[in-house]
Design a protein around this ligand. Sequence first.
Ligand SMILES: [Zn+2]
Length: 525
Amino acid sequence: MTDDRFHVYDTTLRDGAQQEGLNLTVADKLAITRHLDGLGVGFIEGGWPGANPKDTEFFRRARTELDLKHAQLAAFGATRRAGVKAADDPLVAALRESGAPVVTLVAKSHDRHVELALRTTLQENLAMIRDTVSHLRAEGQRVFLDAEHFFDGYKSNPAYALEVLRTAAEAGASVIALCDTNGGMLPDELADVVHEAVGTGARVGIHCHDDTGCAVANTLAAVKAGATHVQGCANGYGERSGNANLFTVVANLQLKRGFDLVPREALADMTRIAHAITEVTNVTPNSHAPYVGVSAFAHKAGLHASAIKVDPNLYQHIDPAMVGNDMRMLVSDMAGRASVELKGRELGYELTPETSRELVERVKELESRGYTFEAADASFELLLRDTVAGERRRHFSVESWRVIVERTRGGELISEATVKLHAKGERIVATGEGNGPVNALDKAVRAGLERLYPELAEVELIDFKVRILEGAHGTDAITRVLITSSDATGEWATVGVDENIIEASWQALEQAVTYGLLQAGHHAD
Ligand SMILES: [Zn+2]
């Protein structure tokens, strides 16, 4: 870390890990720490050593397994228990022995919480803070203090809340982070309280929860009021509605307020880092997340598309490349020729006016039958290629397919598929068995083609979505199938539509394989 004037403090591994359904192993925590260090945050709170064996283990392994470039680790823990010396409290000892250069102590600053939850006197709470902070300082650690329930405490007893802050600062805490623990604050009232706190002369930080949907706004308001230390969690993880999203906070402060918080190259890698962390947490990424969501810079309306083609900056608040994201055009029935041309250009095709007009007609006609290209980029690209070529080009053609589903005497369901294909001048008959008809068809196609195209072994079907669309004007309902496939180079989605679910699946599957072969560099005849 180069600059101590403003702190970016991550608490994903401690407060973020409180999110329902989120379970992190020590290895996961080490991986997330590396990602956050890659972003260039100043401090990473690793957990509560002594209170949680996994966290003790994290700090032990961090010493030998991590080589941090930017961040310092912080160990989280409480002030000493009432009535004992900090030097004699085993939980304080665990903080000392964690090896972390920073200790963040949580302390009560709300009078009612001191009396009801801690069951001690207001004076003893101040003594606990004074004793613990000065003890750890004397032992050579830097100390930050999280003033829990600070804003609610200030409402209940402002003099006492500010006394907690002064006591911690005088004992040697270098930052006192004011916590909106219940997350109920709004930006204007929060800013007033932060302003009062800054008036004590202590260095003030901010820790917000998103229960009012204002965690990021509250954090920015606190900074405006004089806070110089911001806490948050990767992807806004946290219990209830989550914590302030650290990525949004950093991007806002750096790109909108001119703060120099993380290296510019690291900020330009933020989208990748945000997604890499979701791979570790196994939490589905929020596609609408500000700055880093897949949809954060996606445009749909045809009306906008023609202007975007002239100047993309007219319709985006920043250049998405600054945070490592892309502008993406969605092809939809709202779109006209301009968005189709733009999408074509994004895929590397310059379309003639005639070709784009023809393509728009085909997209509109297919969308009226239930296809969607917004979520099926690969199907759109195949349609575009076919339109440009003036014919349908495929690596293989299909003579027929058949699937049977059998319920065995043991009650097991088995699907068996046979496909008859033509490829490279050969007629191929292949079979496949699977746990469902689509799985069986997928296996049969691969069995038939893998000898000619070994790269197919890399292609995996990773998601399969089915949606029943209401039939129009008394016709039967139709089924839309979206298939997502992947190989080492990336992911792609294809779409099929039919009254029959297996035919719809087959269409999406056939395109998925075709697109995979194109990705592997095979030209279609
Ligand atoms: Zn919290």
